[in-house]
Design a protein around this ligand. Structure first.
Ligand code: GLN
Length: 305
C-alpha cells in the first residue's frame, strides 16, 4: 500500500468539506482554533508514519482521551473486568453529554465513551494511580514517543469554568454510589485529560497498540489481544456517540472522535489513522474528518465490513 499517495488523494477529496460545520464553542478556549485546518496521518503496524496537511500541528484531543483512559484502566486491571460493573457497553443513541439515561439505569452510564462513562473510567484511574491526568499524559508521551506532549492549561481552565454539565453528570452518578472519589477531583482530572494537545502524527502512533492487537511497536504487550478487541468493539459501536451507526455506514472502522475535531480510527492488523479538522457536525464529529475516513475506506477497501 502506498500510504502517502492514498493520504494525498484522501486530503484532496476532503478539501471541500474543510471549514464546514462549527468549531466547538461551548468550551470557549476551543473556539480560538481556525476551522480551516486539516491534517491526516497513518501509522502502520511496523511503526512507519505517513501524513499530509496539518498532520504535525497539535490540537486538543478532547474525547479521544476516553479511548486511552479505558486502555490504561484495562492494562492496569490485570484481566479483572470489574470496570464493566460500573459502566455499560451499549451505544447510547443520545448526545455525548446527555443525562437522561443515567436516571433509569441507576447511575450506570451506557458506555465508557460518553462523558458520564468517561468520568467513571477516570474515577477508576484516579483510584488506581492517585493521579489520573498525569498518568494519562505520561502514558501518551510513552506511546507516541513524544516527550513534549503537554496539557493546555487554557483549555482545561475554560472547560472547568463552563463545566456545569459534566459536574452534574458526576454528582448524579455519585448519588447512586458510582464514584469512588470526590466529584471535584474526578472532573478536574477529566478536564485535564481532555486538554492534552497532540498532533495527528502523535495520536496515530500512540494508538498503534489497537491495530497490533494489544502490542506496542517494540513488541511489548500493553493489552491482551482480547482486551484490544474489546476496546475496538466499543469504539465501533460507541466511539462517535449518536452518530456511531452513520459512522459504521460511511467508514466502517473502530474510531474515537473528540470535539477538538480529531478522529482516531483503527484498521485492526494494518494501521491506525488520525484525522483532524475542527468544523463539527451537530453530533460533535469532524465534518471533513468523517469525509476523509469515508474516502479512505472506499479507496483501500479496508472497512471492516
Ligand atoms: N471535554 C469535552 C466535554 O466534556 C469532551 C467532549 C467531546 O470531545 N465529545 O464536553
Amino acid at each position: 500500500m502506498d500510504y502517502q499517495a492514498v493520504l494525498e488523494e484522501v486530503a484532496a477529496y476532503a478539501r471541500p468539506f474543510v471549514g464546514r460545520g462549527h468549531v466547538a464553542d461551548y468550551i470557549p478556549a476551543l473556539a480560538r482554533v481556525s476551522p480551516d485546518r486539516f491534517g491526516i496521518a497513518v501509522a502502520d503496524i511496523n511503526g512507519d508514519v505517513y501524513g499530509t496537511g496539518d498532520w504535525e500541528v497539535p490540537f486538543s484531543v478532547q474525547s479521544i482521551s476516553k479511548a486511552f483512559s479505558l486502555a490504561l484502566v484495562m492494562a492496569g486491571s490485570h484481566g479483572d473486568d470489574d470496570i464493566w460493573q460500573r459502566v455499560g457497553r451499549e451505544p447510547s443513541g443520545t448526545p455525548f453529554n446527555s443525562l437522561v439515561q443515567l436516571e433509569w439505569e441507576n447511575g450506570i452510564p451506557r458506555n465508557p465513551f460518553i462523558n458520564a462513562g468517561a468520568l467513571v473510567v477516570t474515577d477508576r484511574l484516579l483510584t488506581m494511580t492517585g493521579d489520573a491526568s498525569t498518568s494519562m499524559l505520561e502514558f501518551l508521551q510513552t506511546e507516541s514517543g513524544n516527550q513534549e506532549l503537554a496539557f493546555d492549561q487554557a483549555v482545561a481552565g475554560s472547560e472547568a469554568d463552563h463545566g456545569d454539565r459534566n459536574a452534574a453528570l458526576a454528582h448524579f452518578m455519585a448519588s447512586f454510589g458510582n464514584l469512588e472519589n470526590p466529584v471535584p477531583s474526578v472532573i478536574e482530572h477529566y478536564f485535564w485529560q481532555c486538554s492534552i494537545e497532540m498532533s495527528c502524527r502523535d495520536l496515530s502512533v500512540a494508538g498503534g497498540f489497537l491495530a497490533r492487537h494489544g502490542l506496542r511497536a517494540d513488541g511489548s504487550r500493553l493489552l491482551e489481544a482480547r482486551e484490544a478487541k474489546r476496546i475496538n468493539a466499543v469504539m465501533l459501536t460507541c466511539g462517535t456517540y449518536d452518530a456511531a451507526g452513520e459512522f459504521a455506514y460511511r467508514v466502517g472502522l473502530p474510531a474515537k472522535s473528540g470535539v477538538g475535531g480529531g478522529i482516531v480510527a483503527v484498521v485492526p492488523g494494518r494501521c491506525t489513522l488520525c484525522v483532524w479538522s475542527p468544523g463539527l457536525d451537530a453530533r460533535g464529529n469532524s465534518v471533513a474528518g468523517m469525509a476523509a475516513l469515508d474516502h479512505f475506506t472506499t479507496l483501500t477497501g479496508w472497512s471492516i465490513f
